[in-house]
Design a protein around this ligand. Structure first.
Ligand code: F6P
Length: 533
């Protein structure tokens, strides 16, 4: 049987010093190392991948059972084995599908909840549902992690589509955030959504209680201006939120995959049910492509294989997500949770130690801002950071087309600079043209060398509409899934967040002085003493 991992490692050893640029000598390289979905183009030709590497990677994906695991996921099998759950966030956006879990059709409930969300949003947006001082002007979503990052990222991404109340997001338990958000709002016209799958998350419940007290000072019935998004109906009732404003979802929707359903309520309030459905449509289009396209032309599979090549085979420790689309400013943060909470694991599904590194560090910022900050390291640092560029053909500011041209020029310039670099001879010629000579010319030239040969991919799309955003988010979700299957891990649990939560709970009485620091390490005891003195 082929050992794809060792074959890939051996192939990499052979080609690692080859200039990526030389691969373009072969006619048709760009088209051959690209994939399309409708008008969206994913170009991975500026990488050191060649036909041999792709064959091996595709073989690896087949051998790891990607097609079978994918079909099992869509069919509602319990693929989240450590929690004994199905993984069906895709059911939230494939509204005509028929999906059964444990023999029961889950779709009637999915559709009914979406209709209820839409009806509630229409009521709020048209003024049929009001606050105790008039029409709702502001919505505050209180949630954290997957109950915050998705709608917060998308609300910014889709700002040209906002025609509802203003949306605000509170996530951090740091009172600075809730205080600053609420300070600008009128409690009589504010709707608060408490978004928490479990309705036990300490940050969210603390912020929700604070918001309730803030409102209680001004309105007779604060709970009447609260809605909840949760799987825990008993807890939302105990909080005082009427069932007609509670939107539930099943345990087969993981937190970081949940923005397609009720967790997206704040987004739906902002952009309206129709545009929210367009977002779902975009996700569903990517699902169909993921299910039907052959692996070699399958965008999420290819994006995953590029990721595996760069991280597990080339040993590049991180990847940068660089949207040349200011409205995607929170996409890197969103992807940090999606990718690192999903694939930041150290054991395989069966509990054995992983034989290789798991998911990479994901980070980034929008261009062009990043260019004036950390791109120095990307271009001339000693390590290699594979870059994932995103760019739209068109913006939403027709009067500022020249801005967009500059934005696109910069995006393309960066991937070109990473690819080509600048040789010592070219740098010498530049210095000579400036009149430098001898040792000084040599010294200055060396500082101006760009090694180049640094890989990047570019995802290009017509415009950042709700449908396109749906395409993009589902693309990354499936990328994470494919990488997880290839690594043999469970991408759908997150046990790594638990220990810190437990210790924080135990430290609260230490900080308020009801318990001592016995049993704590010296550093923690010193910090407690400093912070409580
Ligand atoms: O950080 C752990 C986590 O469980 C995330 O996976 C989740 O998105 C977040 O906390 C919030 O959880 P909840 O929606 O239950 O408040």
């Amino acid at each position: 049987m082929t050992d794809f991992w060792s074959d890939l490692t051996a192939h990499h050893a052979q080609v690692k010093n080859r200039p990526i640029l030389s691969l373009f000598d072969e006619a048709g390289r760009a088209a051959a190392f690209s994939a399309r979905l409708g008008p969206m183009l994913f170009d991975y030709s500026k990488t050191n991948l060649d036909a041999t590497a792709m064959d091996l990677l595709l073989g690896l994906a087949e051998a790891a059972g990607v097609p079978e695991r994918r079909d099992a996921m869509f069919a509602g099998a319990s693929i989240n084995e450590t929690e004994g759950r199905a993984v069906l966030h895709t059911a939230l956006r494939n509204l005509d599908a028929s999906v059964t879990v444990d023999g029961a059709d889950v779709m009637p409930e999915v559709r009914a909840t979406l209709d209820r969300m839409a009806a509630f949003c229409d009521d709020v947006r048209t003024g049929r549902f009001t606050g105790q001082g008039g029409a709702i002007t502001d919505v505050v979503n209180i949630g954290i992690g997957g109950s915050d990052l998705g709608p917060a990222m998308a609300a910014l991404a889709l700002s040209p589509f906002h025609d509802g109340p203003r949306t605000h997001f509170v996530s951090n338990v740091d009172g600075a955030q809730v205080a600053e958000v609420l300070a600008g709002l009128n409690p009589e016209t504010t709707l608060v959504i408490v978004a928490s799958k479990t309705f036990t998350t300490i940050e969210t419940m603390t912020n929700a209680e604070t918001a309730k007290r803030w409102m209680a000072g001004k309105v007779a019935d604060p709970a009447a201006q609260f809605a909840a998004v949760s799987t825990a109906a008993d807890k939302t009732a105990a909080f005082g939120i009427a069932p007609e404003r509670v939107f539930g979802f099943a345990d087969w929707v993981g937190g970081r995959y949940s923005m397609w359903g009720p967790i997206g309520l704040s987004l739906m309030l902002a952009i309206g049910p129709e545009d929210f459905r367009a977002f779902l449509k975009g996700g569903a289009e990517m699902d169909t492509h993921f299910r039907e396209a052959p692996l070699a032309a399958n965008m999420p599979v290819l994006l995953a294989l590029v990721g595996i090549w760069h991280h597990q085979i080339c040993d590049y420790p991180s990847r940068a997500v660089l949207p040349y689309d200011q409205r995607l400013v929170r996409l890197p943060a969103y992807l940090q949770q999606l990718e690192m909470e999903s694939n930041g694991k150290r054991v395989a599904m069966d509990g054995s130690d992983l034989p290789r590194v798991s998911g990479p560090i994901v980070w980034g910022e929008p261009g062009t801002n990043g260019q004036h900050a950390f791109y120095q390291l990307i271009h001339q640092g000693t390590g290699v950071v594979p870059c994932e560029f995103l760019v739209a053909k068109q913006g939403f500011e027709p009067d500022l087309a020249h801005h967009h041209r500059l934005l696109v020029a910069n995006c393309l310039a960066q991937s070109e600079a990473l690819l080509r670099g600048r040789s010592l001879d070219e740098a010498r010629a530049i210095m000579a043209a400036k009149g430098l000579q001898g040792d000084e010319l040599e010294r200055q030239a060396r500082h101006r060398v760009f090694p180049g040969n640094r890989p990047s991919t570019t995802l290009a799309y017509p415009q950042l509409t709700p449908e396109t955003l749906g395409n993009i988010i589902a693309l990354y979700e499936h990328r994470v899934f494919v990488e997880g299957v290839i690594l043999g891990i469970n991408s759908f649990d997150q046990w790594g967040v638990e220990l810190g939560k437990e210790l924080a709970k135990a430290l609260e009485p230490v900080l308020d002085g009801t318990e001592g620091t016995e049993g704590k390490d010296g550093s923690t005891a010193q910090l407690v003493a400093y912070l409580t003195a």
